[in-house]
Ligand binder design. Structure first.
Ligand code: CUA
Length: 170
């Protein structure tokens, strides 16, 4: 059997070394572009709350949608098994519907009363873990009219699939 010469070994090694450097560099560049050019960020914890006292703790004592400025709204939402509460706490309806005019900027302020949930709003960047004892907050702008479905994306028990609602943009 003929042994490969030294030069061809260098070429083989180089063929492996090059992608092993190029792939991590490409991934770091992709992260930098998404963070700085596209503004995609991981949502942080913006506050702590006693999960046993959600009903009495502002702003969750009055969940719902309110206008806070021209074209600016705040949606205070409590997650619980198995619904999103955005009306009065004793409202027993399972499906939450919020309505905002087109061009609105909506800040979602969300916590959980019981277990870990997740809030995902279709066709937006809104995608948050909703953890008991933690306030999750994010803002999205709605320029295109339509119905935006929002769902719980973290399995939270047998009624998980009932946890959905709609944001109407008029
Ligand atoms: Cu709440 Cu799944």
């Amino acid at each position: 059997m003929q042994r490969p010469d030294r030069m061809s070994i260098y070429i083989y090694e180089f063929a492996w070394i090059l992608p092993s450097i190029a792939i991590p560099v490409a991934m770091i560049v992709a992260i930098a572009i998404s963070a700085f050019a596209m503004g995609i960020n991981v949502q942080g914890v913006t506050g702590r709350i006693d999960p046993a006292r959600v009903n009495e703790t502002p702003p969750f004592d009055r969940p719902g949608l309110r206008q806070v400025g021209p074209n600016r709204y705040e949606a205070v939402i409590v997650a619980e098994i198995w619904r999103w509460v955005a009306a009065t706490p004793d409202d027993k309806s399972r499906r939450v519907e919020l309505t905002v005019p087109r061009g609105s900027e909506v800040t979602f302020i969300v916590t959980s009363r019981d277990v870990i949930h997740g809030l995902k709003i279709e066709n937006t960047d809104v995608n948050m873990m909703i953890i008991p004892g933690q306030i999750s907050r994010t803002t999205a702008r709605f320029d295109i009219p339509g119905d935006y479905l929002f769902v719980c994306h973290e399995y939270c028990g047998t009624g998980h699939h009932f946890m959905y609602g709609v944001l109407h943009v008029e």
